[in-house]
Every structure is written in structure tokens, then in C-alpha cells.
Design a protein around this ligand. Sequence first.
Ligand code: BGC
Length: 741
Amino acid sequence: MSLNNVQHLHQSFSEEEQKVQQLLSAMTLSEKIGQMSQFSGNEGFISPDLAEAVKAGKVGSVLNEVDVNVVNQLQHIAVNETRLGIPLLIGRDVIHGFKTIMPIPLGQAASWSKDLVKQGAKVAAIEAKTRGINWTFAPMIDISRDPRWGRIAESFGEDPFLSSVLGVAMVQGFQGNSLKDKGSIAACAKHFAGYGASESGRDYNTANIPENELRNVYLPPFKAVADAGVATFMASFSDLNGVPASGNEWLMKQVLRKEWQYQGFVVSDWDSIRQLSVHGFTQDDKQSAYEAVNAGIDMEMVSSTYQNHIEDLIADGKLIIAQINTMVANILTVKFKLGLFENPFTNQDDLPKVLNQQHLAIAKQSALQSCVLLKNSANTLPINLNKTNSIAVIGPLANDGYEQLGTWIFDGEGKDSKNCLDAIKDVVNGDAEIHFEQALSNTRSKDTQYFTNAVATAEKSDVAILFLGEESILSGEAHCRSNIDLPGCQEQLIEAIAKTNTPIILVVMAGRPLTLTNIIDKVDSVLYAWHPGTMGGPAIADLLFGKQSPSGKLPVTFPRNVGQIPMYYAHKHTGKPASQDMYVHMDDIPQRAPQTSLGMAATHLDTHFSPLFPFGFGLSYTHFKYQNLLLSTDKLKFNQPLKVTVEVLNTGDIDADEIVQLYLRDLVGSVTRPVKELKGFERVHIKAGETKTVTFTLDTKDLAFFDRNMRFNAEPGEFLLWIGGNCEAQLMASFSLEEEH
Ligand code: BGC
């Protein structure tokens, strides 16, 4: 390379890149490996080992330290007592709030509100920043189609489009306009990739996903956040098609770096590089370090295969220093972008207080919009206080501030929550008697001794509100279930109370879709609240008493039973699709019916082929009518936008939000296409009696998919398009994408 070329190259480097290159050229190999190593903190103090490692330049990042004084002290050692003074990344799982806890991500997804998801992440970033945290391990954007999997709680559900939109919103909330802003922290897209497809919904299990499905379903949210500038990625624990993600060169290099041109850095999951040998992918830690570096996992979380083996691997000629330089540069670039070199220390006075009124208001709004009304017979809801003299509040989740927070709340505390019982008392304000009976010590309890009290309480009341579901510990990482009915003897409790004939309103708090088949006919109304977070109580009380209408919609299909799983709306049509006219239940089959007499279709004999509640579903206290679906053309050319309009009419007598959803079907594809795919949605507020026109614009890329040669293309042909309030919308139009000339 001539001198001229070198100068030219330098000019094209940004100022940040130049700083990175300068620093890099001053670093020893040991210091470089240090930057690639993340250590676990001690939560509240600095152990001599950690202090020594930081001082020796062996640490690039620390996770799980939230005492601001300790964090400042760690930064002080890194900045003032090491040779090069490189500040630390301080990581933490701030998944759905820090002190002010928002609904679990699956609940936030049910709001279909990118504004609220963004605001919630902003609140979390500001609060975490008060402790010196500058990096969160969120958003989790694993497509989750198996409610047995405990980590579905952390996800945005089953749909690539919804997860992409909300994933980007969450990244924007955490990272702000600039990572240097006071309230911004670096985000992390996880778990790359395919973790949600863990076999049998068992955490950490193998994922086998054909490349075409991987690209069409599992990767789009990751591509979306990469394009949106997410600072970091995390490799998944799982084995993807035989190659664990932490050693998966194809995924990290070919897809992430080459095809997507991703510029941030990749961190392993906790100990996942060492676990490469547990998978049986490598024979020892040295080979694990080799495979992980070779794949491009820039930073190792917690295990120390990099510390122990990179130098030898370089000496052996297996790795070359250029690989290490690239990885360290990726990490340093994020540190520069965060402004850590200028401002390594945290002054709490620079930031708003945690749990302030504004943060709580956002948490309440998020909880309000995430609750989904699944059933409302005879308009049992909202409760009319003019006609109600007494209310029974029953169940272990009615007044449990901790359990309403959900999984991954390392820093959230039950004492800061507003629970449902207190909130109901506030809203009722003496206008009706409230009788409380906890009935069960927790959701798993099988002790029925208090059922008689619960039944008596319901009997003497005009309406019974039951707060049931799952405690926080029953979902989240490593908390998977093979049976997803209401646990313990909660179903029996419902049955006992149902005998009183007092109308039952069931409020479910849970980290996943539960199978409600056994009890759905025994209750009058069901409000699905997920784990609603700090402000769950006031939000739920407002909905129960009609101060607001429920407006959440399901981000995931609710199966009738576990045997239907995997069950998702965007399935393929098959060659023998299930249909109502061919459906026979096994109880109705005549004895010795000939083998083919039932017809041949993709159904089960012992349950209907439909879900209990479809994706996108959610009721309101009003009704919406969809009409006048219009397309700008029915013969679309490539690269011509398609404008779609629809009128949505609020036919009831209260103002409310509706989530208008647009679905597409590509009738013929060179690989088979899903029966429906979400391609647009909008939350709109419509006053009683008002009609709103909602407009969507689709581009050719919205019609595109990865074909059998893994090319991303739209194919000419016929499309069907539906708009409505859930994935079973009936209002339909069609158009064709014309051949290119
Ligand atoms: C989880 C990650 C998390 C990490 C750090 C792992 O066990 O899979 O999602 O970010 O721990 O706590």
C-alpha cells in the first residue's frame, strides 16, 4: 500500500475510528484480551480479585454491580490506575424496567404501542444510569412460538413484524438520539439466534431451524435492530442446526457482519463459550476460545477461556492478531460512542430520581394498554358501582406487589408496587363493600382449606374478582412448564366459586399464555394482565371499573391445550388444510368407521384445530366496525407503493383505542408462504360514534421473502389482504404484483 493510500484511508476514518486505532496501537495483547473479557461484579463491594484484575487491565466490562459508589470506584481503578485508562462497560439485565417496572415484554407487546415500549425503555435507561449502568442486555427479540418456554415472557411474542417494530422502539428508548446523552445506555439484541425454537419449550435446548425459516421468521427482528443501530448483540446459548451460536461462524460472520454490515460488538451469553465443550462441539476450553474468536464473539461473558488461551492460540499460529484487533476495536468503538472516555463517572444528581411520578405514569399507561380482555359475557365488565353493593376480591395475586412484577426484575422491589386490592379500594372509595379472601397462599398451592371462606365471600357479594395465574418464578429463564394450565388447585377454586352463581371476573397474571380451556366457560369475564409491573394495580382497577377500556391485543396465539403446540397464526397452508366441514371430534366417530371416512386433513381428533384465542385478539368495552377497504391499485408494479385505506367505526358509546391490523397472503410462492402475515398495525383512538380512516402504505419489500435460494425477493402473483381487529379479520381485498418488464 502506498503512503498516499494510507493517508486516504486515515482521512476516511471517523474521528472515533482514529481514536480507536491509536489506542489499539498502544495496547499489549494482554490488555486487548482484557477488553474482550467481562467479569461478574460482587453486588455491593469490590473483591480483591476483581480490583486486581481491573488494575491489571484484564477487564473490559463488569456486569451485575448496581451500587453507584462501587461502580464509580471500579471506573476509578480502570481510568486512573491502569496503564491506558480505558473505562469499563457496566452491564445489567434491565429487561422491563430498573426500579419502575413496566409490564413484562410480552405484556408490553400486547399494547402494540411502539411509543410506550420506547418510553418504558427510556425510563429504564435513566434509572439504570443513576447507578452507573451503561449497558443493558435487552431487547430480547427471540421469536417465541412455544408458551411452555419460560422465556416467552421476555419476548415480544410469535410474530416477526411485531417483534421487529417493538424491538427497534426498545432500542431507541434505551439508546436515545445519541449514546452520549445522559439518559442513554447501550442496548443488546439477544439471543442471536433461534433460541426461541428450543425443542419442547425446554430452555437451552437444541434448535433446529431450516435456513429458509430462520431467515423469514427468526432473523428479521435482529436485522431490524441492527439497521436501527443497536450497539451490541448477544449470542444465544443454544445449538443452532448443529453449531452452537457462540461458535457459529456462519451466523456471526456471514449473516451479521457480511450481509448486514453490522458495526457493533457481539458478547457471548453467560459462560456460553466455555459451554461449547459441554455441547460436545469442542474438546476443551482452548478449542472453545478458538471457535468463539473465529466466529467473531468479541467479548466473553464471565467464563475465562479468552483470558486463559488466546495468547497460546496466537503463539500456536491458530489465531492471528488482526482478528483480535478487529474484535477489540468493535468494543472500544462502543465505549467511545457512549462518551465513557470523557465521562466515566456517575453523578446521581445529573439524573431524575428513580420511581418519580412521570416514570410511574408511564408504567401505568403501559400496564393499561397491555391488558387484554379475552371474554366479557353479558357485559360483566366494566363494574358499574351504581349497581354494585359488594365486591369479592379473591386470590393470591390480588395483593402481592412482588408477584405482579414478573421475571427479570433484579432491581425492582415489591414494596414499590401498587397492588390490585389497594387500587380497587381507592377507586371504589367506599361506594361498595369489599370483601377480600386470599384463598391460596400462592398460585402453586394445592391446599383447599380456605375454599369455604372464598365461596362464602363470593356468595355474599354481587360480583367476584379472582386474581389468579402464575407467580413470577414460574416463567423466565430456565422456568419452563410442560403443562400450562393454571397451576396448583386454582381451577378447583374457580369451579367452587362458579357454583355460587355470583358473576366471576377472572384477572390472570402470568408470564405466558396459559391454557384456559378447562375454566373458560366457568367465568364471565377474563382480563389477561400478564405480569403488569409496579403500576399494575391502578391500571387494572381503572379497567375493571371502566375508567378506561381494555385495548391490548394478543401478541401470541393462545392454544386450547399443550398438544396443539407449536401453534401460531402464520402457519403454512399444507396440502390438506384443516377446515370446519371436514372436522370431526373423536367422540363423534361411529365405531369401526372406515379409515378414510373422516376425510384427510391436518387436524387433531381430540381438539379443534383452531386456537382458544387467536393472535391479535382482544375485546373492548365498545365495538368497532371495519368498512370500505380500498387499495390504490389492484395491479401493482414493482417498486410502486400500495396505499391501503379502511374506515374504522366506533359503534359503541364510549371512546376507546383500537389496534387496526393489516395481514397479507401471498397465494403462490417459490417456497410455500404463510396463510397470513402481519404487515402493518396502528393503535388509533376513536371517539364513540366516530369513524376514522386509517391508511397503510406497503412497499415491494413488504411483499418480499427469502426464496429457496435464500434471495430476498417479491414474486409476481396474487395477494390477499385483510384488515381488522385480529388475525381472523374478514374484510378482504386482493391485488396482484405484476411481472417486471
Ligand atoms: C441470560 C441472558 C442474560 C445473561 C446475563 C444469561 O443467563 O441468558 O439473557 O443477559 O444471563 O445475566
